[in-house]
Design a protein around this ligand. Structure first.
Ligand code: EPZ
Length: 430
């Protein structure tokens, strides 16, 4: 079983290039199957969730040609099945985007119920509400979601909760429905805009993505296009907080600074300086870290996907901080691991009260989920001594070459798969 071993204590300094956004790319890959012409997608992150979805797309019969690690050509004209249920697809959340895409194109889809990180209850009632409003029957049986429609028609849909997944899924299906659809209370994340832009480059007619009302005029069919995925705001934010926590100085390149505003603003609050360039941000952390209050919210609020990373910084910040997690109820699991490293945190329901401590000390911890795992690596980089992070397959779902990128910044980290390798690493780095 792969693990990371980290020797903490080095300030991370240098430049890092951010990969394409995983959560945008997942929607974009699903959208690609809706055309009967070739779609070329570029700037894909080479991470596990993306590769699983590409395999699932090939399995339903689409022609898939990998150009290189970051680009793929997909042609949906050869699809011969509307059923996606391979054993891997159930492990990723975004399998559900194939429902919207296949339902839109073939008026029928059967997909295994989605998996993904265990960060709390993750209902899909809003996706189902949207599909039903478009005229589809939806059944859940034998672990599958089965949808079918004689005809998909435009509709007015109010989402009861702001949901990234439901917004993208309904947008996908409504693109090929007859007539006009309005999605109210839509999510506004950059990846929603990216998926809408991609669909529009394929001939869709979607307006308003990025606001809470999205208007879609159904079109008869979609055509091929070439599209490059936006940079990953959460990967960028993770490196920005790695600079903060290790008292480093990192130029985070290939980003859209506007997408990082909530993250940048919290870095200012805790005492870091942030310089913004056209497509880069530099985070410098050379003073002491100070406490702040955080509440996770849908975009443009502070992202839940950055909550563990800011938690790791606040546990080293002078004073008392609070974090209110308002999106997923089970996203404080990393706190127990962090306490093994010396943090002083009390969790009550969806609120964490954090008393800053002077330093972390290395321990053996568990990644638990994607963002928790990345946050614990950062904690290890700031800690005194050695930290071992188990279950890094979670991290590999969403961070491309995490340890290589960190090493380039001066981190002492290695992926190991045995106790012998851990001993070797310890002897090597002293
Ligand atoms: C997406 O998950 C991301 N995943 C998550 O990324 C991210 O944490 C989340 O959005 C919030 O930003 C992908 O894009 C693949 P939601 P999603 O629907 O779409 C409730 C990461 O680390 N809800 O926006 O599943 C839900 O319980 C991850 O990369 C309903 O009640 O999230 C939650 O409280 C993990 N009914 C809130 O809405 C529904 O039908 C937001 O969930 C759908 C959601």
């Amino acid at each position: 079983m792969d693990r990371y071993i980290v020797k903490g204590g080095n300030a991370l300094v240098g430049e890092v290039d951010i990969s394409g956004a995983k959560n945008a790319a997942l929607g974009i890959l699903a959208a690609a199957v809706m055309a009967d012409e070739t779609v070329l997608i570029d700037n894909l992150p080479d991470v596990r969730d993306i590769n699983v979805l590409i395999d699932a797309i090939a399995e339903i019969g689409a022609s898939v040609e990998r150009i290189d690690r970051h680009s793929v050509k997909i042609n949906g004209s050869t699809i011969n099945s509307t059923c996606a249920d391979n054993e891997y697809i159930k492990r990723i959340r975004a399998s559900y985007y194939l429902i919207g895409a296949l339902l839109g194109k073939f008026k029928k889809a059967e997909v295994t119920l989605p998996g993904g990180c265990n960060i709390g209850s993750r209902p899909i009632d809003q996706h189902i509400k949207g599909f039903k409003a478009l005229g589809a029957d939806v059944k859940i049986e034998y672990g599958m979601i089965k949808t079918e429609a004689a005809d998909l028609h435009g509709s007015h849909i109010y989402l009861d909760v702001v949901s990234v997944g439901a917004t993208i899924n309904v947008m996908l299906a409504a693109t090929l429905a007859n007539g006009n659809t309005v999605i109210e209370n839509a999510a506004k994340e950059p990846h929603i805009v990216d998926v809408a832009n991609m669909l529009n480059s394929m001939g869709a007619n979607i307006r308003g993505a990025g606001t809470d009302i999205i208007k879609i005029k159904g079109v008869e069919k979609l055509h091929g296009c070439e599209y490059s995925v936006i940079p990953d705001q959460i990967e960028a934010g993770t490196f920005m907080f790695a600079a903060a926590v290790t008292r480093g100085d990192i130029l985070v390149r290939n980003v859209i600074p506007k997408h990082l505003e909530a993250i940048t603003s919290k870095l200012y609050d805790i005492g870091c300086s942030v310089e913004e360039y056209d497509d880069a941000v530099r985070v410098i952390s050379n003073g002491k870290l100070v406490s702040t209050q955080v509440k996770t919210l849908p975009y443009p609020g502070f992202p839940t996907d950055m909550q563990p990373q800011i938690g790791v910084a606040l546990a080293l910040a002078e004073g008392t901080s609070t974090i209110v997690e308002s999106i997923f109820e089970n996203r404080f699991k990393y706190v127990d691991e962090l306490m093994c490293m010396g943090a002083n945190v009390r969790v009550e329901g969806n609120i964490a009260v954090i008393e800053g401590v002077e330093k972390y000390t290395g321990a053996q911890v568990n990644a638990l989920d994607l963002r928790a795992g990345a946050a614990l690596v950062i904690a290890g980089l700031a800690a005194e001594g050695f930290t071992i992070i188990d279950d890094i397959h979670f991290i590999q779902r969403g961070y491309e070459g995490f340890e290589q990128k960190l090493r380039k910044l001066g981190a002492v980290i290695e992926m190991v798969d045995s106790d012998k390798e851990i001993q070797k690493f310890k002897l090597k780095v002293g």
